[in-house]
Design a protein around this ligand. Structure first.
Ligand code: ZN
Length: 149
């Protein structure tokens, strides 16, 4: 008979449970202490931080702006150099942005966004990751504000 990894009690219904970050095979009563993995449906336990809505809130750089840029560039089959030349920027600058060592300012971000048709700056209210990103194909945000120069 397997025994509970937490209390040592023998049980024939061991359950996988996450207890203090570790996944253990435990008995029923111990399982109730932790998160029962077997019936876990909601993966995200992160607290959603509701940022207070500001009127006309500033746009923010998306968290994975570097990745996004790189992806877009690669799908266009352009080298960093070509992009840099095209935008009249330094190669090293573009490269740093891709590695997220440097944040593009809005002017540059706009150039990149226009070139690759991507969104680098976005409104915090719609950048809530996950749910809204899928399905919701609206790309209105950048276009609407991109004219501010
Ligand atoms: Zn136990």
């Amino acid at each position: 008979m397997p025994s509970c990894e937490l209390c040592g009690k023998e049980t024939d219904s061991v359950k996988k449970a996450k207890i203090e970050g570790a996944v253990l095979r435990v008995c029923e009563s111990c399982a109730s202490i932790g998160e029962d993995l077997s019936q876990k449906s909601t993966r995200k336990k992160k607290k959603k931080r509701r940022t207070p809505k500001k009127r006309g809130s500033d746009e923010v750089l998306i968290p994975k702006y570097g990745e996004k840029l790189k992806e877009a560039r690669e799908s266009d089959q352009l080298s960093i150099k070509e992009v840099a030349n095209d935008l009249n920027e330094k190669e090293s600058l573009i490269s740093k942005i891709e590695k997220q060592e440097l944040k593009p300012d809005k002017t540059l971000a706009k150039k990149l966004s226009d070139k690759f048709n991507i969104t680098l700056y976005t409104n915090p209210e719609v950048s809530d990751y996950g749910a809204q990103d899928r399905g919701n194909q609206k790309k209105a945000t950048l276009g609407d504000v991109a004219d501010i120069d």
